[in-house]
Design a protein around this ligand. Structure first.
Ligand code: PMP
Length: 466
């Protein structure tokens, strides 16, 4: 298609895009005037490169998927090799080497607790939400297969997020995504979040974790017999505004699930693979879940894939002569060989480059660079879990004065950062850093500088519009 007179390559692609595409998580009416659309020609390390050659730091790892930078040559080569060998095959009745090897390696790396039967089987799906659906259905179906029909409910946490399909939305608690579909959603029970931002004065994050666990205990004492599983995001509720909690909570929740015969589903889709300081966030609590959901960074961010890891006991609960007792859930692209090959290459990098240990040094530097912002008059909280740092913006810099949502502080900061060559994508009024692991000192300094400028710009612009 020919460029129109006066178009640059970027405006050309922007025009053609808006003629045909409907973007995710976007009020399309805001394009292009309120919300700039960024056509990306290629990626390189932590950078996205526009058609005009301008570089943008991907400070959010492209929705938390990317681990080692864009167009990582080792992952690209693994995909290319696999594409020339076997691009895809039905995984019902067939098998292939990458699916088997990936399952073996994930199970060897998975969190493990002494005295608990380890995670022993891998079920593949093709995105995070689908992985969550798998885990929810498995937990529910396991009880049915044992003739227990009353355990039909899930417990999830306030402010949690598990994806956008109807089953995943039913256990999510972000009103923006959930409210309109509420009439379609299965009823779930919600327990208070251990979110440390919600600490009362004088309360420590561990106190808060204990208080939230007490509320979970009450809920389980009243309704435990109706519940098949508790689902939660260990350590960080990411979509809920990068709200973080003390690892103690998961430990206590694990004990409560055991006491009430309820499965624990850990959704590590966003926090897995070294993001929060350990390979899996559950490790910080010394907890092994019964079902572990993985996606996003599983392939290093190159291809969609999800894996649900289950214990032998859960797997055995589906073995029977009846097909109805089998777990029939299926997606056409389950265990896609290209995605499995990317994941295997990603695991090689994680191990070979000693990424988790290296991330600790990077996280420490992020901490140093983030700290000065805690004195900013509009920053109410700076929090960190490994390679995630979040800044909570409020009117007076204290927790009790949130901005009016109409002030669009996050959106204004987004635009200001983009103009300065950094892709930050705030969650409401929470700005956060969740960069690819390959960021260096210069990049981190740019990120810190731009974050401060974006906040200042957003506040000044909102004040001028008020
Ligand atoms: N669970 C968590 C914790 C997530 O952060 C996300 C995605 N943001 C999902 C599930 C859903 O994954 P996907 O977007 O691949 O469906």
């Amino acid at each position: 298609m020919l460029a129109e007179p006066g178009e640059t390559a970027a405006s050309h692609w922007r025009r053609r895009d808006l003629e045909v595409l409907w973007h995710p998580c976007t009020q399309m009416r805001e394009h292009p005037d309120t919300l700039p659309l960024l056509p990306v020609a290629r990626g390189e390390g932590a950078w996205l490169i526009g058609h005009d050659g301008r570089r943008y730091l991907d400070a959010i790892s492209s929705w938390w998927t990317n681990l080692f930078g864009h167009a990582e040559p080792r992952i690209a080569a693994a995909i290319a090799r696999q594409a020339g060998t076997l691009e895809h095959v039905i995984l019902a009745g067939c098998s292939h080497q990458p699916a088997v090897e990936l399952a073996e390696r994930l199970l060897a790396l998975a969190p493990r607790e002494a005295g608990r039967e380890p995670l022993a089987k891998v079920f593949y799906a093709d995105n995070g939400s689908a992985g969550v659906e798998v885990a929810l259905k498995m937990a529910f179906h396991w009880f049915r297969n044992r003739g227990i029909e009353g355990r039909t409910k899930f417990i999830a946490l306030d402010n949690g997020y598990h994806g956008e399909t109807l089953g995943a939305l039913a256990v999510g608690d972000i009103p923006l995504y959930r409210r309109v579909y509420a009439p379609l959603l299965a009823e779930a029970m919600f327990a208070p979040s251990p979110d440390a931002y919600l600490c009362e004065p004088g309360e420590t994050p561990a106190d808060r974790a204990r208080r939230a666990a007490d509320a979970l205990r009450d809920l389980l004492e009243r309704h435990g017999g109706d519940v098949c599983a508790l689902i939660l995001e260990p350590r960080v509720q990411c979509a809920g505004g990068m709200r973080m909690h003390d690892p103690l909570y998961l430990r206590l929740a694990r004990e409560l699930c055991d006491a009430h015969g309820v499965f624990l589903i850990a959704d590590e889709i966003a926090v897995g693979f070294g993001r929060t300081g350990t390979l899996f966030a559950s490790e910080q609590s010394g907890v092994q879940p019964d079902l572990l959901c993985l996606s996003k960074g599983l392939t290093g961010g190159a291809l969609p894939l999800a894996a649900v890891l289950a214990t032998q006991g859960i797997y055995d609960g589906f073995l029977d002569d009846s097909r109805e007792k089998a777990f029939l859930h299926s997606h056409s692209y389950t265990g896609n060989p290209l995605a499995c090959a990317a994941a295997l290459a990603s695991l090689d990098i994680l191990a070979g480059d000693d990424v988790v240990a290296r991330n600790r040094g990077t996280a420490q530097r992020m901490h140093q660079l983030a700290q000065p912002l805690s004195d900013h008059p509009h920053v109410a909280d700076v929090r960190q879990a490994g390679m995630i740092v979040a800044f909570e913006l409020t009117r007076n810099g204290n927790k009790s004065t949130p901005f009016e949502s109409a002030a669009r502080i996050g959106l204004r900061a987004y635009r200001a950062a983009l103009e300065r060559g950094v892709l930050l994508r705030p969650l409401g009024d929470v700005l956060y850093w969740m960069p690819p692991y390959c960021v260096d000192e210069d990049v981190l300094q740019l990120l810190a500088r731009t974050t401060r400028e974006a906040i200042d710009h957003a506040i000044a612009e909102a004040a001028a519009c008020a």
